[in-house]
Design a binder for this molecule. Structure first.
Ligand code: ZN
Length: 141
């Protein structure tokens, strides 16, 4: 699909360089704290959209982290990609293996990782970062 990519772009050293990383751990902990202290109801945060739950079920990546709310199930990571260069792929759910390929194919795109509990519907943004070759977009189409 991407015709401009030449064979020499397969530089493994640049395959997985995350840039502009935003860690949402603080906001996440604050939310969890509000639940535990009774300032927020679990139902205020356990509100995953059916689409997100479906994405977690079919495209999510299991983790070893227990759900902070129900503590019954491990959360699942659901990864979304956004970027002007992605065209119809923007907003799609991807798995890590896809990202590795995309990071070599596109100049720049942002990745959002949402953790989702399929038990109680807890969901929270975990981290976001930028991937890509860093090259400006080639002359497209
Ligand atoms: Zn849960």
């Amino acid at each position: 699909m991407v015709g401009q990519g030449s064979a020499n772009s397969r530089n493994l050293g640049h395959m997985w360089s995350q840039r502009a990383v935003v860690d949402y751990g603080l906001a996440r902990r604050a939310t969890i704290q509000s639940i535990r202290s009774g300032h927020m109801e679990p139902r205020d945060v356990c509100d995953a959209h059916p689409y997100l739950l479906r994405a977690a079920r079919f495209h999510g990546e299991p983790t070893e982290r227990a759900c902070p709310i129900c503590e019954h199930r491990n959360v699942t990571n659901v990864t979304y990609v956004y970027g002007d260069e992605l065209g119809r792929l923007a907003g799609r759910v991807k798995v890590t293996a896809d990202l590795v390929e995309m990071a070599q194919e596109y100049g720049e795109f942002r990745v959002y990782v949402v953790e989702v509990c399929q038990g109680c519907s807890w969901n929270h943004l975990a981290v976001s970062f930028v991937l890509g070759t860093g090259d400006p977009p080639g002359p497209c189409l």
